[in-house]
Ligand binder design. Structure first.
Ligand code: PFF
Length: 454
């Protein structure tokens, strides 16, 4: 099966596809949920610090590995360091990709359902959104159908290929997404009592910082930027020779962070304006927001409907541009490893994630009591990937670029063979050789043994 590997057609396509991977439920659903649970502004500051000193160097390293090797994330290590255990970093990434896509599809499935509900007007005028959300997620088969539906949509885009599937979709959707977000921010900060939410977002209370908060902020930085599992190794293997790696990574980090913070500006002012609590957990955007739309626009209900259609559509599109990137990690690996057609490889990934996704979905309802390490499938997959595999993968990726790859090769990739200036190359090398591995290590030790750092 000798299909062409494919590549991204333009520089803007590269940025939008990578930003599409980064911007997703992680920004609009997970970021507000984690911020709400971890005390607000102080969590956000730690998160921003981690994006800059941990996630950005890992992203640049993934770009270096991917474009230099021009193959999937497992083969990349095999090719650049034959017959060494480095390949384990790639394999862990593929495993992690399966797990993330599985639990991600559950929330994306809820989003799909809420998009349809808001389109049909069924979301407006309810009395108890908490109860209807609970009834939905615990239902024995309804959420399961939506998980599978969402995976199928992801499958169709990935099966179409890199340029006409992934790149085209991201290029179309990302600008639309940014426009919807800006509109929602304006509406949200002008709601009554919005200032309470803004204070929660902007005034840090450092007394709330515990090892758990630091650990969660690190996990959120990795999850939100899609780094540590080789997703961006895979994407950058489709980059062209003249794609500037460092500035593309920086652009992606800026766009992602902006969207996360703007999502905070959408969610918290509205949550406080209707007197709700910010730490409502995973249901935050599914319970509080319909309530908000309903109450805020009780005089002009159609405006509330438009607001909610826009919001859930936004969430759905963001979820899709991310899920295709998770899917692509394993599709590219299986396709190249077993010399299979893209379509067949994609079906295998969709099938495995379908089974695991159904397990995650059922863990809210009929399988609520099935617990591993005290967690259901959904929470376990979320915890294992964002808080363990991705930061651990980040250590592996940075050590590989910092110590295993030839310095000249790294320099060539980051300067496009000497044609771009890179005065801060030494800072990057210090970060990937020492700072990132030591820092992640310390945060782990601090979380596991408590209060070592503070
Ligand atoms: N960064 C995505 C988000 O914030 O929703 C989630 C994600 C995408 C995680 C791709 C991992 C990944 F490989």
């Amino acid at each position: 099966m000798n299909e062409e590997r494919g590549h991204f057609g333009s520089k803007i396509g590269v940025i939008l596809a990578s930003a599409g991977s980064a911007v997703g439920l992680g920004n609009i659903w997970r970021f507000p949920t984690e911020t709400g649970k971890n005390g607000g502004a102080a969590f956000i500051l730690i998160y921003l610090f981690f994006v800059l000193i941990l996630a950005l160097p890992v992203m640049m390293s993934e770009f270096v590995i991917g474009r230099h090797s021009r193959t999937n994330t497992v083969e990349a290590y095999r090719k650049l360091a034959p017959r060494t255990p480095w390949v384990l970093v790639g394999l862990m990434g593929v495993l992690c990709g399966f797990l993330v896509l599985s639990f991600y599809s559950v929330v994306a499935g809820w989003t799909l359902d809420y998009t349809l509900l808001s389109l049909t007007g069924a979301l407006s005028g309810a009395t108890d959104y908490g109860a209807s959300f609970d009834a939905f997620v615990t239902h024995p088969y309804r959420p399961v159908i939506f998980v599978l539906l969402f995976l199928l949509i992801t499958h169709v885009i990935v099966a179409k290929g890199v340029e006409s599937g992934i790149e085209k979709f991201s290029k179309l959707m990302m600008p639309l997404l940014l426009a919807i977000i800006l509109l929602l921010v304006v509406l949200s900060v002008t709601m009554p009592n919005a200032s309470e939410g803004l204070t929660f977002l902007l005034q840090p209370d450092f007394s709330k910082v515990t090892p758990k908060v630091v650990f969660s902020a690190m996990g959120q930085a990795f999850f939100s930027l899609s780094v540590g599992l080789g997703c961006l190794v895979t994407y950058s293997s489709y980059f062209k020779k003249d794609t500037p790696l460092a500035s593309s990574a920086l652009n992606v980090c800026v766009i992602d962070t902006l969207v996360a913070v703007l999502a905070g500006f959408i969610i918290f002012p509205t949550v406080f304006s209707v007197g709700m609590q910010p730490d409502a957990g995973p249901g935050l955007v599914f319970v509080t927001l319909p309530n908000v739309f309903n109450q805020a626009f009780s005089d002009v209900p159609w405006l509330g409907d438009i607001f909610s259609i826009l919001f859930y559509l936004l969430l759905l599109l963001a979820a899709l541009t991310s899920s295709i990137s998770m899917h692509e990690i394993s599709t590219a690996f299986i396709r190249e490893k077993f010399n299979m057609s893209r379509s067949r490889a994609a079906w295998i990934v969709t099938g495995v994630c379908g089974v695991l996704g159904v397990c995650c979905s059922l863990s809210f309802g009929p399988w609520r009591d099935v617990q591993i390490f005290g967690m259901g499938f959904f929470d376990l997959f979320d915890f294992l990937t964002a808080k363990f595999f991705m930061p651990l993968g980040g250590i592996g990726i940075c050590l590989f670029v910092g110590w295993k790859m030839k310095k000249q090769a790294v320099r060539d990739e980051l300067t496009n063979g000497g044609t771009l200036r890179m005065p801060l190359l030494w800072v990057f090398l210090v970060l990937v050789r020492f700072v990132v591995p030591v820092f992640i290590g310390l945060v782990f030790v601090n979380e596991l043994f408590g209060n070592v750092l503070f």
